[in-house]
Ligand binder design. Sequence first.
Ligand code: ADP
Ligand code: MG
Length: 637
Amino acid sequence: MNTFALRMAAGGALFAVGMAMHYVLGSGELAQLAVFLPAYLIVGYDVLLKAFCNIGHGQVLDENFLMTVATVGAFLVSAVPEAEDVMFPEAVAVMLFFQVGEWFERRAVGRTRESISDLMDIQSETAHVIRDGRTETVDPEEVSVGETIAVMPGERIPLDGRIVDGLSAVDTRALTGESLPRDVGPGDEVVSGTVNLSSRIVVEVTREYEDSTASRVLELVEESLSRKAPTERFITRFARVYTPAVVLAAIVIAVVPSIALGDWTLWVYRALTFLVVSCPCALVISVPLSYFCGIGAASRLGILVKGGNFLESPAKTVTVVFEKTGTLTEGRFEVSRVHSETMAETELIRTAAEAESVSNHPISRSIVDAAGESFDSCCVESAEEIPGKGVRAVVRGRTVHVGNHRLMGDAGVEYCHEEVAGTNVHVAIDGTYMGHIVVSDIVKSDAAEAVSALKALGVRRTVMLSGDSARICTDVGTRLGIDEIRYELLPSDKTAELERIMADRPEGRTVAYVGDGINDAPSLARADVGIAMGGLGSDAAIEAADIVIMDDAPSKIPVCVSLSKRVNRIVLENIVFALAVKFAILALTLFGYTDMWAAVFGDVGVTVIAVLNAMRCMDTSRLPRPTPSVKTADASC
Ligand code: ADP
Ligand code: MG
């Protein structure tokens, strides 16, 4: 048993003896004092000390102070000759229950913190690095980019990288909340924090330990716990005004009626009771705990909420603005056709790939992949990416334009025709149209479900913004049931459009923007709620967004909204419940219908109930279950 438990047990035993003397034996006052006073000091000496220390620090009016004044007051009042009866039992009981209540809160917070850190137990302590054909086990921090590591079945992958050898399945649950394992093989990216399930894999490390997914996720969760929600800040401010007001009211209750009506011991007793019941702990503790548990629940579902404030606002969303590529669609393009005017098709692809090699755009990557090994980025003399249009580069002394019809327009190139099958990427060399490459993307399988779930949760308007062509956007948008579709937008037009949409939102409601962070970090930052399909790679998105959906599944957006609603409701329940019970007991106390025992319930009982209720925010079983993303054949766009 620890010292705290010992103290409470010893104090509790003395208290029981005292109670018997008081109520059964009717012992003398001094004899009772000889039992109750030691009990009181054993149980509450640290509260007394804290109250005095805080006075020294100028932090007078906290719950320790309220409890000290109330209990010391009860002892002193018992000592005056006019007192009807001694109030020793009440004084000790207040202190004992206060301590038990505090212990209970500490345990609740500790347990929540533990379960969050269990969830977040995603960093590995060791990595098996392969150096000169031998495997050494080292600290993951000592492994550099480009080295290869072996990961055994059942082990957590320590660093981000690409598989060079081995076929296996990985469990990404700790990061994405997704319970189905993902099959992986050579060439696939794996991220730290996920678990290798079936067989040994060899991974080429692509990020240092500090920049690895596991480290970054951990950092974000730690940061998020220190950011406060507006309601949380309100409660802190409220306590700062409320406690002095209560103390003042107690003084008035003790003094004014005593002067007017006499019987001052009665009024002092009521004033002391008033102090006990009015302690604001229930709110000061349960409100932050609710957000804390909510953030924990979200991270278990693969949703990173970057602070309590960002958990409060999704519930108020009226409009959701989606970006198309990478958000509603996979953002993984594939070259489906090449049309060349004069040169060989492979030559066309190679030239396009050389120019595109400077860009990180999903379209660029698809063209570079299609060119395979045959292109050579060293011959690119200068290159420039024009957001929302394409790339202009000088390759082997020739100016190459690769992009959409607007880029061709800007370059003064006459081009022939667009194909209907997908996104047309035109190629021009030295101002002459050379042909086009058709790339296509696929709609995410849970995108339509996400849109309808949001509508069911009270979102009134859904908008899709894209730089892509009217035909593709209309096709995708109508298929998903999106209300408004805006196409051929430049990245800057997207932010302007978002601002126009935000100007229309009703007072007190919010607009959410969902993007993948490529070209749209400003919109993510500008929106009331910025949700990034950051995946695990895009730094810009993770920086700019308020909420990051780790597995890119649109069906997690309605989950965020329901979680936010649930947490807000629990916070409100606690505020209403605590204040209602406290005000009721305060009023009854004033008119003499209650005593110190009711006050103890009004403080400790209410706090315990509020804390238990707040812990319900951890429970994710009531939230809608997102369906895992499975690619379907007919979803191409
Ligand atoms: P989205 O809004 O769909 O994310 P972007 O703003 O990134 O689209 O791009 C809009 C359009 O500009 C693309 O559909 C494509 O036609 C063209 N484009 C943009 N970047 C590139 C690039 N690197 N290579 C080729 N085309 C590009
Ligand atoms: Mg984009």
